[in-house]
Design a protein around this ligand. Structure first.
Ligand code: GP9
Ligand code: MN
Length: 741
């Protein structure tokens, strides 16, 4: 005790005590007030140690101050600010399931939600824990248990403490990067930065990003749009009259096939088709299928695919556009265009938490009316979720109770997730049709076929429901693979299955061939067939809008309608490589490029063919320009300066994804007989009973998911569920399901 008293009465001892209190408080908050999705023991360790490094560095700054009194005061201020940041985050999280960002704190953000009175209402009795330390410290000081150490602190020692903090931070970062590679590079989810590095690092990282962005933005002026408009005008591809308006007024259902590559279509493993349902859809006479369609994502993966499909612009050269700019940028995106031009109701269904890829903010800027994320799905049991969210069969089958309430026409997007790396399907989900996975020496490659097989069966169930409920007859269904599932480094293992002759000489040309993903448009009465046009994800938006009968001339979209006679068939990848119908052009390590003939995979010697060389140069310029126009619009947030005629800018404040069940009901009753939802059209009878699924969690009994009241009436039954091995409790407030901690 005496020793402790003595230690605490030194400057370093006092600081150590503050670090200790901050650390304890933060760890309690992590487990009690936040839902950070801790999946394995390493993540627990990282979570527990992550508050230490930055608080050592910050509090340690006071040690450099010569005068003891000022040094203690500065320590006190830092300590207070740190505690306030922690508590602010706790209140903010209870309200918004998100963390305080630079813009929220300064009130500068477009979707600035501020820490208003409503957040203060979120205080809870146990919050006393977060302020108790101040009382303890005060008592210790007043009773002179701790005395102020008046001796100056040596600068060299102060430096040593700073270095200790930095070293510990590096160690923390290293552990984090091992557990979650590219944590800061890709920035999947803000919750991940908090989980791995703590609140200080999150705020620091966010502030740096915000400063970088606003610097680029502050130089932007309205006339920057001139160049962009010139580009889009001169590259505009007129719609094909045969298809223009073919789907006018129909529901549009987008199915995002996670990590799904084109080579799976038609492929057999151990004599059995991997994706029998998608194969039949691919060859259906009512499906237009593309077999030279490429994904064009960068590090933002899924979110980049979404960026292209919704906005007609590319993701960014680094990181994810969604998380870095999408939360603040002005959009003229599909949901708003369809909503304004053709009164579509828009909705996204996805089994992961809403903050992943910042979707809950980005969708508001896009004008999505509804976003049903993980919190809207009841079926949560021990094994119902995999790393990236609820399994597809559960999400799809439960979605229909919301889908049938949407006013028609609707624009509904389903983002699947089970076919995601590491592709390990739980035992109970293996199909009983005898399908067995291949046996290469790469487990991810083997598993890929099993999760793809599962996705296929999920979609078959979903389609059957669409048909049985009649939704099918009045809908255009668009399916696309978002990006590769098997990365280039794993392709040699994959090659042994799909192209054994090439396996030994596998090169970048072969890798590029595998970046094809399915793109299918299915609609009763559509003139189908396999279309060999070259194109990519950037071309989808104008294609769909034209099918819906909407003119795209005024919109800033850098792709072109795949069905247009003027469609450009140069497919640009995010790293500036590209593919044309005849050639594949890839940068090489000497700064030049290698050109391959698509037909044979042979490399072409450009020195011997100056004519081709000139063409390739021209194509490369076109690719660079296209990417650069897109980047300029996004980085400078140029759409805030330009509003197409008759388009009303989207105000994210008009959107809220909280009380959506109530909103659906209110809309239905407000419209009365004018309600166009499937439910209303079906004499106010639900169609959910038509859905057949073999999802093991449901065991044929859908009662747990069909009723909106289920959660309300059976809070006990789902009051405690587990995700990522962590307990979640669910609070039901006005019919609203919220995961609190
Ligand atoms: C997560 C899911 C996966 O919600 O969309 O994203 P990805 O890792 O494929 O980019
Ligand atoms: Mn994805």
């Amino acid at each position: 005790m005496v020793k402790l008293k003595k230690f605490l009465s030194t400057r370093l001892g006092f600081m150590a005590m503050l670090i200790f209190f901050l650390w304890i408080k933060t760890v309690i908050a992590y487990y009690k007030d936040f839902s950070l999705g801790i999946a394995d023991p390493i993540q627990h360790i990282i979570l527990i140690i992550n508050p230490i490094a930055t608080s050592t560095i910050l509090l340690g700054l006071a040690l450099y101050i010569y005068r003891a009194k000022i040094s203690y005061i500065v320590m006190g201020i830092v300590y207070f600010l740190e505690s306030a940041l922690l508590y602010g985050n706790i209140l903010y999280y209870r309200q918004f399931t998100d963390f305080l960002s630079f813009n929220t704190i300064t009130g500068a953000g477009k979707v600035s939600k501020g820490l208003g009175a409503s957040a203060a209402n979120m205080a809870s009795p146990h919050d006393i824990i977060y302020w108790l330390d101040f009382i303890i410290i005060l008592v210790l000081l007043l009773t002179h248990f701790i005395k102020i150490d008046k001796r100056p602190f040596r600068k060299l020692n102060a430096f040593a403490i700073s270095m200790l903090g930095v070293m510990f931070f590096s160690f923390n970062l290293m552990l984090a990067e091992c557990n979650r590679p590219q944590l800061l590079g890709r920035t999947f989810d803000r919750a991940y930065i908090v989980k791995y590095l703590g609140f200080n690092s999150y705020l620091g990282y966010d502030s740096i990003k915000t400063a970088q962005n606003s610097q680029v933005r502050s130089t932007a002026v309205g006339t920057d749009m001139d160049h962009v408009l010139q580009y889009t005008n001169s590259h505009y591809a007129q719609p094909n009259p045969v298809y223009f308006g073919k789907a006018k007024g129909k529901n549009i259902i987008i199915i995002h096939l996670e990590s799904f590559q084109q080579f799976l279509i038609g492929m057999k493993v151990n004599g059995q088709e991997v994706t029998p349902f998608l194969n039949s859809l691919y060859n259906d006479k009512n499906t237009m299928s593309f077999d030279n369609f490429y994904h064009e994502v960068g590090q933002g993966k899924t979110s980049d695919a979404e960026t292209m499909l919704e906005s007609g612009l590319f993701g960014l050269p680094e990181g994810s556009f969604f998380t870095s700019l999408g939360t603040d940028n002005t959009f003229q995106a599909a949901p708003a265009i369809l909503g304004q031009k053709e009164v579509y109701t828009s909705a996204v269904f996805h089994g992961n938490i809403g903050s992943f890829w910042s979707r809950n903010d980005v969708y508001k800027n896009m004008g999505y009316d509804y976003f049903f994320d993980e919190s809207y799905f009841n079926q949560k049991t021990e094994n119902s979720s995999m790393e990236y969210g609820l399994k597809d069969k559960l999400v799809l089958s439960e979605s229909v109770k919301y889908l049938e309430q949407l006013q028609q026409p609707f624009y509904a997007k389903f983002i699947t997730v089970t076919n995601h790396y590491p592709f390990q399907l739980p035992e109970e989900d293996l199909s009983n049709d005898g399908f067995t996975k291949p046996d290469t020496d790469n487990e991810a490659v083997n598993g890929y076929f099993q999760t793809a097989h599962y996705l296929d069966s999920s979609l078959q169930e979903f389609f059957q429901y669409l048909k049985d409920s009649g939704i099918y007859d009045n809908s255009m269904i668009v399916l696309y693979g978002d990006h590769y599932g098997i990365s280039n480094s794993q392709n040699p293992a994959l090659a042994t299955l799909i192209n054994p002759d090439e396996a030994a000489t596998w090169n970048n040309f072969d890798n590029t061939q595998l970046q094809r993903v399915p793109f299918m448009i299915h609609m009763k009465g559509l003139k189908g067939g396999v279309n060999h046009t070259y194109g990519g994800e950037i071309d989808v938006l104008p294609t769909i809008l034209h099918l819906a009968g909407i003119n795209t001339k005024q919109y800033i979209q850098v792709g072109t309608d795949l069905l247009s006679k003027n469609h450009s068939q140069i497919v640009a990848f995010r790293n500036k490589n590209f593919v044309t119908p005849n050639y594949t052009v890839l940068k090489n390590s000497d700064g030049g490029y290698n050109v391959y003939l698509n037909k044979t995979g042979e490399q072409v010697n450009l020195d011997k063919d100056p004519e081709l060389k000139a063409k390739v140069d021209k194509w490369q310029q076109a690719v660079n320009e296209k990417l650069q126009i897109s980047d300029t619009v996004n980085n400078k947030n140029l759409l805030r300066f330009y509003t197409p005629n008759g388009f009303k800018p989207v105000d994210p404040k008009d959107y809220d994804y909280k009380d959506q069940i109530q909103r659906l009901l209110d809309t239905r009753s407000a419209l009365g007989l004018k309600s166009t939802s499937i439910y209303s059209k079906n004499d106010n009878q639900s169609t959910t009973g038509l859905y057949r699924t073999d999802a093991p969690e449901l065991g044929g009994d859908r009662s747990s998911i069909d009723s909106w009241d289920y959660v309300k009436n059976n809070p006990k039954k789902i009051a405690s569920v587990t995700k990522h091995g962590q307990s979640l409790s669910i609070n039901v407030k006005k019919g609203l399901i919220r995961v609190l901690n």
